[in-house]
Design a protein around this ligand. Sequence first.
Ligand code: C2E
Ligand code: CA
Ligand code: CA
Length: 720
Amino acid sequence: MVFVPSLYVMAHPVSGVLDADKQSMPAIPSLEALLASIDGMVYRCLADATWSMEFVSQGAFELTGYHPEELLGHAAVSFDQIIFPDDREHVRQVVHEALGNGAKYELEYRLVRKSGELRWVVERGSAVKRAAQGVSVLEGIIQDVTNRKKSDENRLEAERRYRSIFQNAIEGIYQSTLAQGYLDVNPALARIYGYDSPSQLIEGLRDIGSQLYVDLNRRLEFMQIMERHGSVSNFESRVYRRDGTVIWISENARAVRSEAGEVLFYEGTVEDITQRKFSESEIHFRATHDPLTRLANRTLLEEHLEQAIDVARRDGKCVAVAFLDLDKFKYINDSLGHQSGDELLVTIADRLRHCVRESDTVARLGGDEFVLVLVNQLNQKTVEKTVQRILADVAKPWIVNGVEVQVTCSVGVSLFPAHGSNSVALLRHADAAMFEAKRLGRNTSQYFSENLDDAGINGLEMISSLRRSIENQEFLLHYQPKCDLTTGAVVGAEALIRWQRPGLRILGPNEFLPLAEDAGLMEKIGEWVVRTACLQNRAWQDAGFPPIAVSVNVSPLQLERESLVPQVAQALRDSGLDPRYLEIEVTENGMMRHVERSMQTLRRLKELGVRISIDDFGTGYSSLGHLKHLPLDTLKIDKSFIRNISSDYQNASIVKAVISLAHSLNLNVVGEGVETEEEYEYLGRMGCNEIQGYYRGRPVPAQKFSQAYFQAPEEAAPAA
Ligand code: C2E
Ligand code: CA
Ligand code: CA
């Protein structure tokens, strides 16, 4: 007969169902069956040294591997023996405590199954004093909780692992709430934000919105996205570190909600992307700026110009596009070296930046071409002020290798809306205006006008056709007579270059030589000129005309080049012209640029036997005193002094002084630009030797020249 433990009744409060069972079924068999079906071992034992079992339910087998019979009365093993040795003391202690105060007990410990396997169990029981025998009896149930224990351990392990990730992550990790700020942060976040520890961060960074975010709007955006989508990813913002420095971070975060859907807290990660941002911005900078001067490049220029046009259209204002090209930069670059050339460009860039306002754009298109976009202009007057400042600032002297150098620039300006409605047109028109400024003699500015466009004066186009003009035989020389003032005879001719492209009007030297110089084409053109002039002069002599001297102009640039002397020598050899019939004209200014080098070239030319003439005398800086050091034959008084010489007292006295000085140096004096009989006569009276000018004859093609000025035209041979 199995004893029904009181525990059973105690463990299950009387329920309606149970009552019904009790009434409808025999109580004992059903309880026995219930006990057997209970998961775990129901027991009653004595509180003695070995926990002598009086009752053990069927569950014992499942739990311990021993049948109830083996446990009852120590038949095979005492219960104390199957408690894991390490845990026996603990079990005894808990039970004795419960005995002492008559309470229930609950404890966990390990059992050693019959197979030797360890199981975790939980035991719940109560102690009852059996007054009659004076012993205590324990009743209770022991259940296997090994699986629960394992999953607990797994959970703990997972937590430990998570904690370790949290602690050691490189990324910052946080949990925060709107109201309380940070709940938890890891060391990486503290590090990123410049705090010594997570707790210091949590303490110190109470108001995330205003303390952390550089732009409060960015924080609001963050909240809005969170609100709407419950998460943000790769959200980039600038934040303050503890020391006030600004860094870039990228955040991934999500809102953790309660079952009811309300936000409990946010959790997220933070990555310091300052370095990456820096590289990105550096890459962007390089894509939009000129590396040498750090000015905007063409891409950025066009972008800014488009924007400026949009704004001006809206505000009814004006935008100016100033296209700037340094004068003769190629020459500076070649003669001073590329490094100095680069330095110059950087200097110019700085000066340009200082000439304009912050909102304007200064760009370098490459080479020595710069473009400025001046925004918010009222009219041409306001633009002109800036343009004048640019011309003046660029032209300020600049020291390279201890030598003072001056560079000027030519500026072309187009205005929105007057000269174009889009960036392409404005840039093209400013470019055309810039070439017009070059044509006008450089160091000046020019505004775009419709006839510039009509004439098709597009600098780039012109340069590229200039390059081909020699092969295409588009250059020609016109010859202007020089005559002796005492005899009236033609004693010489000056060769003057012209450029004729098919179907277009003839261009004079001032219209294309500045461009040729800038494009580095001057040496080649110069060579052609000397050669052609020598061949022509020799052809005239071969045709039997009386020999005359032909003079050829040499630009200052050519004068400083090694190539000039060999070119002249070669032209003389090839033509077979006697050197004394060739005269080289150099301008005063040209000679003074690099006195030493120019002097050397002149001396070597002189050694070849050619004559040397100083051109445009009076327009330069050189004093009369300089003249005696130069290996000269002829001095040409500039036409500005000849003008109105009979009425302009001052001009007359200068001319008089120059003639007498030149004569004292044994120089032949030529008056240039003589247009009237009056001027002609006056110069004659002053003792001038020769004149050249429209009065005696305009520059004409070779054939016309021989027809007009030589006596035996029948045998005239055409030029080579
Ligand atoms: P330049 O050497 O002073 O040449 C004289 C210029 O004055 C020529 O202009 C000529 O046509 C012009 N002229 C002559 N007589 C008169 C006159 O009575 N009144 C006025 N108002 N002008 C007169 P052009 O042909 O246009 O040449 C201009 C300048 O171009 C020349 O000035 C010279 O410096 C340069 N040039 C011409 N051909 C060459 C060349 O082959 N090589 C180089 N490097 N420069 C050249
Ligand atoms: Ca000349
Ligand atoms: Ca001249």
